[in-house]
Design a protein around this ligand. Structure first.
Ligand SMILES: Nc1nc2c(ncn2[C@@H]2O[C@H](COP(=O)(O)OP(=O)(O)OP(=O)(O)O)[C@@H](O)[C@H]2O)c(=O)[nH]1
Ligand SMILES: [Mg+2]
Length: 427
């Protein structure tokens, strides 16, 4: 089973809460605060693994949640950080944000890592709030929540050269003659159902990777046949080897075949169609109608392209063609993927909820406060402690929540609701 696209859900770990605690010592009636800080939540990290070939694992596991940080302890002890969660993906996987459909990262090198989501930081324990005027702080801070995101993984094989052409023209035969790859070869259409990769080394020390993809047909770029799903595996290639059946053995015309495939590439992606191309006229051993061949030679020459006439089954002419390809590759740079994808800008990465946000909504006669900032403030407040309540009010005032409420028409004595808690408003 070859899987090259998957949708998953990722979430980094929540930060652990800070805690309220006081030293208890013999003969000391009230020891100082000793509540420790919470640990950081685990990060979500993608890593490119050269041992993986497909995204099949993601058909079964779709949710990835990193461990949360632990709460702080007594004696100023820090809570343990949540373990980072490493998600292994094949080399050549692109991490795409589902909401914006923009790429976050292209994991194109072995062992390359990408931190997709950082864990929430831990909250501070009450020890941190001790001061000369506040000897015994009775509150601590909640940890920051982890972040979540829906992700699309797309695998685009890393190959230098891609073999394209109609089904049955001999693409897999070419790959099998030039590399150690053992693709299935048979005299019918759509023999190849998944991309095959092989290493070609015609000139010593100058090897390159060649990809054989399933045959394309008219409408491939719109999803007809198998073609559409596999075109992405040649997106990264630096060169295209366009294979046609020169013998017209299936009653087709090589010129028309070439044009049809070219148009499919162009429909799929303009950039792909304009990639440096070499043309291989295969099955020369079966050419009986030289007029058709002459027409094809002329046509390819008029495009300014190099044509190689080969017989793949008998391994004739392939070496020469590949020598040419090897030399050409030296002059063609690696394709930057951002030609194909829009990448998210650094500052766009944080589209998640603002951890300080406090939302105000009027429901009937009640003013409701919500949002991550509100939740954190709630959890960070000890409503049995005068100091802590004062801090709670001060934070709301400082963030302009009182002003905002007044703008919305709140009056003394009106009800403010935060989750299950209700307060009367007094300024
Ligand atoms: N006579 C002749 N037959 C060839 C030649 N090259 C390939 N064939 C035959 O053509 C048929 C198709 O070959 P494949 O390599 O499977 O073709 P393909 O382009 O990979 O086909 P799909 O995977 O279906 O797209 C097989 O029967 C091959 O043996 C050649 O040079 N001459
Ligand atoms: Mg094939």
């Amino acid at each position: 089973m070859f899987v090259d696209r998957a949708e998953i859900f990722i979430k980094s770990g929540d930060g652990g809460n800070g805690i309220v605690s006081f030293r208890r010592e013999k003969y000391v009636p009230a020891g100082g605060p000793d509540g420790g800080n919470g640990g950081r939540g685990g990060n979500i990290i993608f890593v490119a693994d050269s041992g993986m070939r497909t995204l099949m694992d993601f058909r079964y596991t779709k949710k990835f949640i990193a461990e949360s940080g632990q709460a702080g302890g007594k004696n100023k002890s820090f809570g343990k950080d949540g373990t980072d969660l490493y998600i292994k993906v094949p080399v050549g996987t692109i991490i795409i944000d589902k909401v914006t459909n923009k790429a976050l990262c292209d994991l194109s090198e072995e062992n390359q890592e990408f931190i997709a989501l950082k864990g929430g930081s831990g909250g501070k324990g009450n020890t941190e709030f001790k001061s000369s005027i506040r000897r015994a702080p009775n509150f601590a801070k909640a940890g920051f929540k982890g972040k979540s995101r829906e992700i699309i993984l797309e695998l685009k094989s890393i190959a230098d050269v891609g073999l394209v052409g109609f089904p049955n023209v001999g693409k897999s035969t070419i790959l099998s003659m030039l590399t150690k790859a053992k693709p299935k070869i048979a005299n019918y259409h759509f023999t190849t159902l998944k991309p095959n990769l092989g290493v070609v080394e015609i000139i010593k020390g100058e090897s390159f990777v060649m990809a054989d993809i399933p045959g394309l047909i008219e409408g491939a770029s719109e999803g007809v046949g198998l073609g559409h799903d596999f075109l992405r595996h040649i997106e990264r290639t630096r060169m295209i080897v366009h294979v046609v059946d020169a013998s017209g053995s299936e009653g087709r015309n090589p010129v028309e075949d070439y044009q049809k495939i070219y148009n499919e590439l162009k429909e799929y992606n303009e950039i792909l169609a304009d990639r440096p191309t070499v043309v291989i006229a295969n099955k020369m051993d079966m050419v009986y109608d030289t007029a058709v061949l002459d027409e094809f030679r002329e046509y390819i020459a008029s495009l300014g392209l190099k044509l190689f006439e080969v017989s793949a089954v008998s391994n004739k002419g392939l070496q020469e063609a590949m020598k040419y390809v090897t030399n050409e590759l030296n002059n063609i740079p690696i394709q930057p993927l951002d030609l194909m994808y829009e990448f998210l800008e650094e500052d766009e990465l944080e589209y998640d909820e603002n951890p300080y946000e406090i939302k105000i909504e009027k429901v009937d006669d009640v003013y409701e406060l919500s949002g991550e900032g509100m939740e954190r403030l709630m959890y960070s407040t000890n409503f049995d402690d005068y100091d802590s309540i004062r801090n709670f009010e001060a934070v709301l005032r400082r963030r302009g929540i009182f002003d905002e409420l007044r703008k919305k028409g709140i009056e003394e004595g009106d009800i403010v609701r935060i989750r299950d808690f209700e307060f009367e408003f007094y300024d």
